[in-house]
Design a protein around this ligand. Structure first.
Ligand code: F6R
Length: 242
C-alpha cells in the first residue's frame, strides 16, 4: 500500500481526482468502480469542475458502483443511484447507460447479485476502484464478520453503519436495514484501488486496516494483500500511524 498524506480533505479530494482523471486520460473507456458517502463528494466535485473546463471526457467511461440499499429505488433521494446522479453523472458527459448501480428494487435479489458480478466481468473488470473506509473497517457494505465474502451479496447492516448513515434520512427508522454490495473478492479483482479517508474519527480504522493483522473482523485490512493500492488520507486520519 502506498500512502500519501494530504493536508486536509480538500487536498485529499484533489489528489484523488487527479488519479481518476489520469486513469481516464490513459484509457478513455476505463471502467471506474465508484463509492458514495461523504468521502468522495469533494473528489466528484473536482472531476465535475475539470470536466466543465474541458479537461476530462467521460463519453466512453463506464462505471460500476459498490453498493445500494435494498428497498430504495433510484428516485429516492437517499438511494445511492440518486447520490451518483446528483454528484457526478448528471454533471458530466457520461452515458447513463454506462453507469451501473446495483438495483435495490430487484425482485430476485440473488439473481441481481449474480448478474452484477457477470456485468463487471463482461465489462472487462474494474480498472480503478475508489473506496471510502467505514469506522468499523467496512469497505462497500462488507461489514466485520467471520469470513470475507467473495461476490456481490446481500448484507444486514450493523448498528454502527445504520447510525452513521442515519444523517441522510429524516428518521432513523427510515434507514434500510439491508443492502446489496459487491464482495471483498469483487473489490480485490480491481486492477488498481484508491482509498480516500479524512478526519480524526477514521484514525483508528486507518491504523488497524493498514498496519494491523489481515482479518475479516476488519474487512479493509485485506487491501494489504492487493498489489496496487493507493491510500490518500489527510493528516487527521493518519494521526495514529506514525
Ligand atoms: C459507500 C460505501 C461505504 C463508504 C463508507 C465510508 O458506497 O461503500 O463503504 O465508503 O461507509 O463512508 P463515508 O465516506 O460517508 O464516511
Amino acid at each position: 500500500v502506498r500512502i500519501y498524506q494530504a493536508e486536509d480533505e480538500g487536498q485529499m479530494s484533489r489528489q484523488a481526482a487527479n488519479l481518476i482523471s489520469a486513469q481516464v486520460i490513459l484509457k478513455p473507456d476505463a471502467v471506474l468502480g465508484l463509492a458514495t458517502g461523504s468521502s468522495p463528494i469533494g473528489t466528484y466535485r473536482q472531476l465535475v469542475e475539470w470536466h466543465r473546463k474541458g479537461d476530462i471526457d467521460f463519453s466512453e467511461v463506464k462505471t460500476v458502483n459498490l453498493d445500494e440499499y435494498l428497498g430504495l429505488d433510484g428516485s429516492s433521494p437517499a438511494s445511492y443511484r440518486f447520490f451518483m446522479n446528483e454528484h457526478l453523472f448528471d454533471k458530466v458527459n457520461i452515458d447513463v447507460n454506462h453507469t451501473h448501480v446495483p438495483n435495490g428494487m430487484a425482485e430476485d435479489i440473488d439473481r441481481e447479485c449474480r448478474d452484477y458480478d457477470r456485468l463487471v466481468q463482461d465489462l472487462g473488470g474494474v480498472d480503478l476502484q475508489l473506496l471510502g473506509l467505514g469506522h468499523n473497517g467496512h469497505i462497500g457494505f462488507n461489514e466485520p464478520g467471520d469470513a470475507f465474502e467473495n461476490g456481490t451479496h446481500v448484507v444486514e447492516l450493523t448498528e454502527s453503519t445504520i447510525n452513521a448513515n442515519a444523517r441522510l434520512f429524516a428518521r432513523r427508522e427510515d434507514v434500510p436495514r439491508r443492502a446489496i454490495t459487491m464482495g471483498v473478492g469483487s473489490i480485490l479483482r480491481a486492477k488498481k484501488i484508491l482509498v480516500i479517508v479524512s478526519g480524526e474519527d477514521k484514525a483508528r480504522a486507518v491504523r488497524d486496516a493498514f498496519f494491523g493483522p489481515v482479518t475479516p473482523q476488519l474487512p479493509a485490512s485485506i487491501l494489504q494483500l492487493h498489489r496496487d493500492v493507493v491510500l490518500i488520507a489527510d493528516r487527521a486520519a493518519l494521526r495514529l500511524c506514525r
